[in-house]
Design a protein around this ligand. Structure first.
Ligand code: UDX
Length: 444
């Protein structure tokens, strides 16, 4: 059995390496020759805990291969998984350019029967379009099937999510071809949901949109907590214990970021618009999230007035911990606003510093530790709940800052601890601590 994975981005690499790990012979294909060269030497281009080790092991054991030669892979593959990106177009729709180019390349080179499995997130109807496209391009006498198999991996826990997936979704108009793809997943021993092709495409968008809805909902409840004096953590705990609601994705904060939720919610919104349907909840979810991303900055402005010339430390810039991804990260918007305010900014992130530097260059000071970032700072913004930040000794804020004022967008510390450490501490959906005494001291 020969499996090919087209596109060595995050999803493609994790998928290819995990298929090799359970014993298949896997070839990962990419048009980026340099990337393929590095991968063939066992160097992983993305930050994903455990991936490089597993990649090296499977390379050494001879089950994993890397190539840029599409002719060669098309002449031997039984299953071709397409995992290329579908980024956001300006109007919010999914850009299918890379997918179409990959399909055209496969179609032009395919000379044996194959099952094409689309893992890329695509609007409903795309798999059918791809099937038709292949029929037009393929010139050999071969049988080709197109199966939808969306993925639900989270960055930072992709391997774990593959081996412990809640479900494998397979959409097929040809039932037997769908079953064959389901059998490929048997070594993972996970439940399979097999549907028609359009339902599978929609399961992916609906799942991401639902999770985004949970986040925007709990963020709205957090804002309401601030008005009413309730505590969001207690409220979320009390809600989450109801099994019909579930405790996951009820963590209030400064909004969702990353490469999926922002892009997929917008693509779904655009798709529903194209169908002439007004998906009201989804529109609100997106709007609430963009407002939430600004929240911490406006809280600081409201409390402190101008931030001009203030020394500000931003702790965490990745969109979540255990990744170096800063796409749509709330920190990026905050840093841009702070630059506009002419604040003096230092940033700390255990993994994403290089990427932040590519964006902002010499306008920021890039600290290698939390200590170095907060030294002499007037204000701290916590944007990502890395363990280095959540487990930071609160006494050190007092040690390194004159009057520590912390705006915590991830509710990293308990109110009691923040209070006894003498911090002026503003978080999300919880009472603010020592704020009044700080303001009194400013006014004196
Ligand atoms: C998500 C989906 O979880 C995954 O199934 C899909 O395949 C890709 O998109 P990912 O973007 O890697 O995965 O990260 P995830 O852990 O879901 O977090 C997304 C964003 O939501 C982060 O910015 C995170 O901070 C935020 N979030 C998550 C919250 O603000 N509160 C929560 O309770 C959970």
């Amino acid at each position: 059995m020969e499996i090919t994975v087209v596109g060595t981005g995050y999803v493609g690499l994790v998928t290819g390496v995990c298929f090799a790990e359970v014993g298949y012979n896997v070839t990962c294909f990419d048009i980026d020759v340099n990337k393929i060269g590095r991968l063939a030497e066992g160097r992983c281009p993305i930050y994903e805990p455990g991936l490089e080790e597993m990649l090296q092991k499977n390379l050494a054991e001879g089950r994993l291969h890397f190539t840029s030669d599409s002719k060669a892979v098309c002449s031997k593959s039984d299953y071709i998984f397409i995992t290329v990106g579908t980024p956001e177009n300006e109007d919010g729709s999914a850009n299918l350019e890379y997918l179409e180019a990959a399909v055209a390349d496969i179609g032009a080179n395919l000379c044996k029967d194959a099952v094409i499995v689309i893992k890329s997130t695509v609007p409903v109807g795309t798999n059918e379009r791809i099937y038709k496209m292949l029929q037009d391009i393929i010139h050999c006498d071969v049988q080709v099937k197109v199966i939808s198999n969306p993925e639900f991996l989270r960055e930072g826990s992709g391997i774990r999510d593959t081996f412990h997936a809640d479900r494998i979704v397979i959409g097929a108009d040809d039932y037997e071809a769908g079953r064959a793809v389901a059998r490929l997943y048997e070594p993972f021993e996970r439940p399979v949901v097999q549907t028609d092709i359009r339902s599978a495409e929609l399961i992916k968008y609906a799942s991401n949109a639902f999770l985004a809805t949970k986040i925007s909902f709990i963020n709205e409840i957090a804002n309401l907590c601030e008005h009413t004096g309730a505590n969001i953590e207690d409220v979320a705990k009390g809600m989450g214990m109801d099994q019909r609601i579930g405790s996951q994705f009820l963590k209030a904060g400064i909004g969702y970021g990353g490469s999926c939720f922002p892009k997929d919610t917008k693509a779904l919104e655009k798709m529903t618009e194209d169908y002439g349907y007004d998906f009201k909840i989804l529109r609100s979810v997106i709007e609430v999230n963009s407002r939430q991303k600004q929240q911490l900055f406006y809280k600081a402005k409201e409390m402190l007035g101008s931030l001009r010339g203030k020394r500000v430390a931003v702790l965490g810039s990745a969109f979540k911990p255990h990744t170096d991804d800063i796409r749509e990260a709330p920190s990026i918007e905050l840093i841009a606003q702070l630059i506009e305010e002419q604040a003096d900014i230092s940033v700390y992130d255990p993994a994403a510093t290089e990427k932040v530097e590519e964006l902002f260059g010499s306008r920021l000071y890039y600290a290698e530790t939390v200590d170095a970032a907060i030294k002499g700072a007037d204000i701290v913004f916590i944007m990502t709940e890395w363990p280095e930040i959540t487990q930071y000794d609160l006494a050190r804020f007092r040690l390194f800052m004159r009057e520590p004022v912390i705006f915590d967008g991830r509710n990293c510390y308990s109110l009691v601890e923040a209070e006894s450490a003498g911090l002026t501490y503003v978080s999300v959906g919880r009472m603010s601590v020592n704020v009044n005494s700080y303001i009194d001291c400013l006014e004196l």
